[in-house]
Design a protein around this ligand. Sequence first.
Ligand code: ADP
Ligand code: MG
Length: 631
Amino acid sequence: MALLQISEPGQSTAPHEHRLAAGIDLGTTNSLVATVRSGIAETLADENGLHLLPSVVAYLCDEMPLVGHEAQDRANHDPHNTIASAKRLLGRGLDDVKTLGSQLPYDFIEESGMPRIRTVAGELSPVQISADILRSLKQRAESSLAGDLTGVVITVPAYFDDAQRQATKDAAQLAGLNILRLLNEPTAAAVAYGLDQQAEGIFAIYDLGGGTFDISILRLHQGVFEVMSTGGDSALGGDDIDRMIAEWLLQQAEIGENASPHLLRQILGAARLAKEQLSHHEQADIQLILEDEQKTPWQIQLSREKFDALVDPLISKTLLPCRRALRDAGLNPEDIQEVVMVGGSTRVPRVRERVGEFFQREPHVDIDPDKVVAIGAAIQADILAGNKPDNDMLLLDVVPLSLGIETMGGLVEKIIPRNTTIPVAKAQDFTTFKDGQSAMAVHVLQGERELITDCRSLARFELRDIPPMVAGAARIRVTYQVDADGLLSVSAQEQTTGAHSEISVKPSYGLSDNDIEGMLRDAMTSAQQDAQARTLREQQVEADRVINALRAALKADGHHLLKRSEFENIQQHLDSLLHVTRGDDPQAIKQAIDKLDQVTQEFAARRMDSSIRKAMQGHHVEDFQNEDAAS
Ligand code: ADP
Ligand code: MG
């Protein structure tokens, strides 16, 4: 098993030189920034002494957006321009957003396949909104530390898929932050508790926040800290408790279906206050102003007992993934030695009680459950920035969802099963199914289901230039590699002839195949007139793929493999493809792609030569033969 070394080579610093590094918990509901000062990790407060920054951004006309409490204050009277829970939309395709969007009061639009929210400040992507939150935390850190940050560790839910992780990275980049690493939130919490200081043990991290639930089973063995399994529900948290109470209030106050958004917000706010009160009191008093002519005040009491009965079904819903994570790790509840509570919602006494019953032990609640993730991230950031060159802590993470490839008949073959420890690389061999087949499509999917339509499509690319052979003779090795941040790259190479070409993909969340396929599926039910739309879509997807691949190739090798005039010629054809892609003529797009293909053939050949030369450098032919024999 490959170990992920936290101190990266070449990053250790000269003595006395302390690099400013921070840990950021970019939460759905609240975000925090923390840092290690004089050996102690602590969260940083804003100028009003508040640590939690509500993950809310309010957009204004011609002014800088407001972030946090100030933004939250505007939510009631300007709901369309006050964006909360952007993390739920981060890296999501149109389909996901359509489902989520019906619950959110925002004005969603689609722009070249990407969901955006229309505000007075323009049409904004979830990445841009998250970047505004990160920018605010960056400013807070830099003003309280009086210096520029060298780098940050940002935490993500264990359930985040590739696209969501990539979107988080993009948001950080947009905010001008240097990401040292993405870290799973429960893993960060374990680091905060210093569980690595113990000799041995198996621990469960139960994280119930505002919008997400995560469970992680961690094992400390021979000084190595390993995530054995993870599970959770990316759409379950304290917000659901609020909604549960709000629904109860609607019933009790006999408010009908036509309640205004304003009244609903008032009720949700009252529900949250009541919930928080009930963490310390046996009873909560709830007051509402009804929206009749007289603005009648209305009140009711919610007892702890009634509240417990309301939240019980939600708590039960969190125990299912707990059971599954235990099963994935091959454990029973009694194998867990310690349970750590994370997330604001674990302040609910009933949650603590039932989690304690489930794991048959009293959970740890000593560290503030809101801050524990940011604190762990800060400790990691401090180590990664090179401030602790002697630190030998090792951290292992896992792949949260299986990664597979499309095979004949629309089935998914798993290449990296869920809960595999990262970083990891796995390869599988495939072959051609037609005589003389010169290309093979690789479709990368994520999920547990058997059919491609039930999984999330991450990326597609084509392996071209397979030498003509009879069907079944080619040996195409597809390699999946997940790096320490949980990001995937996939490559394919033809093995039998010795010549190989290789393409790497990074899944892009912008125009995901899933979004397009979803639209296609809808389209096909209304048959004929949609056939044209389908062809157009396919061509646009193909064009997108070609454009992205070519841009990457030009960036990597254009300057040293092409003469200026050749470069300009390719650029010109690239521009005309871009132009027709925006139109609605699939035939024109196809022609432009073919043309571009023609003018880049020489470039592709030079690239292949140069990469083979690189691969051969310092090797003897026997090395390759040996490698082959070993595989
Ligand atoms: P996230 O990780 O999703 O950003 P947090 O860990 O900050 O979320 O938790 C936010 C949730 O915790 C909200 O739903 C909030 O209402 C809830 N919460 C905060 N304090 C309490 C409390 N005292 N009792 C119950 N729930 C609380
Ligand atoms: Mg959280």
